[in-house]
Design a protein around this ligand. Structure first.
Ligand code: PEP
Length: 255
């Protein structure tokens, strides 16, 4: 049994005051959700505020959008896993396509970060996904396999089981063009098959794979009903507390 995990990636949005308002509304809308893990991923500047606003909540956790792989040192502008732990952060999104495309992150860099996250007991959410051109060329499986193998190098079964994968087809991110449930399930099944090759069947069965790419309240539940879709990584629709709450509710009572 894999517990569904729904995460809100706010990207470069939300002040501290907006974050606190969001959390207050979300907690009111959600009530006690225990069968879904909820993760809020604010910008670094709102992490402390979100943690403070969540003080009374057991089920909503905090994640960061990025980190550096070194523990400390002369890396101006960077933030380490230990610094995130110091702010009670539990998850960290790594290898998001915006980091890969706009900031030149390679699978090797993502792998360094993933290993450093585990060393600091942070759980990474590792993003993979193809461009439209790669899909049209029929290279989805090749790209996913390369990204998974490159990003997850040298992880043991325990670390792998504590890693979340986010399948985010780049053509679906922020475009309003969601993958069909069949397209998404096909990619997720392939990801699980690859995870099985990287580790073993029991470990691959434990790894949660989120779908990301224009997830909205009206398409979330159908996606998360698919056998290999274990939750969602939500961008645009996560900026509104009520619509994010609807998406979380869509993950409730699912096998
Ligand atoms: C994302 O950037 O992780 C994402 C899935 O964005 P959106 O939901 O806006 O497509």
């Amino acid at each position: 049994m894999r517990k569904k995990i729904v995460a809100a990636n706010w990207k470069m949005n939300m002040t501290q005051a907006e974050s606190a308002d969001f959390v207050a509304t979300l907690l009111l809308e959600l009530g006690e959700v225990s069968d879904v893990e909820v993760v809020l991923v604010p910008p670094f500047t709102a992490l402390a505020k979100v943690t403070e606003a969540l003080a009374k909540s057991q089920n909503v956790k905090v994640g960061a959008q990025n980190m550096h792989w070194e523990r400390s040192g002369a890396f101006t502008g960077e933030i380490s896993a230990e610094m995130l732990r110091d702010l009670y952060v539990r998850y960290v999104v790594l290898g998001h396509s915006e980091r890969r495309q706009l900031f030149g992150e390679t699978d090797e860099i993502v792998n360094r970060k993933v290993r450093a996250a585990h060393e600091a007991a942070l759980r990474p959410i590792v993003c993979v996904g193809e461009t439209l051109q790669q899909r049209e060329r029929g290279s989805v499986e090749k790209i996913l396999s390369l990204q998974l193998r490159g990003s997850l190098t040298d992880l043991g079964p325990k670390e792998l089981a504590e890693t979340v994968i986010a399948y985010e087809p780049i053509w679906a991110i922020g475009t309003g063009q969601t993958a069909t449930t069949a397209q998404a399930q096909e990619a997720h099944a392939f990801i699980r098959h690859t995870l099985c090759e990287i580790s073993d069947e029991a470990t691959a069965d434990r790894i949660r794979i989120q779908y990301g790419g224009s997830v909205k309240p009206d398409n979330a539940r159908a996606l998360m009903t698919q056998p290999d879709i274990d939750g969602a990584l939500v961008g645009g629709a996560s900026l509104d507390a009520r619509s994010f709450a609807e998406i979380v509710k869509g993950a409730q009572d699912l096998p």
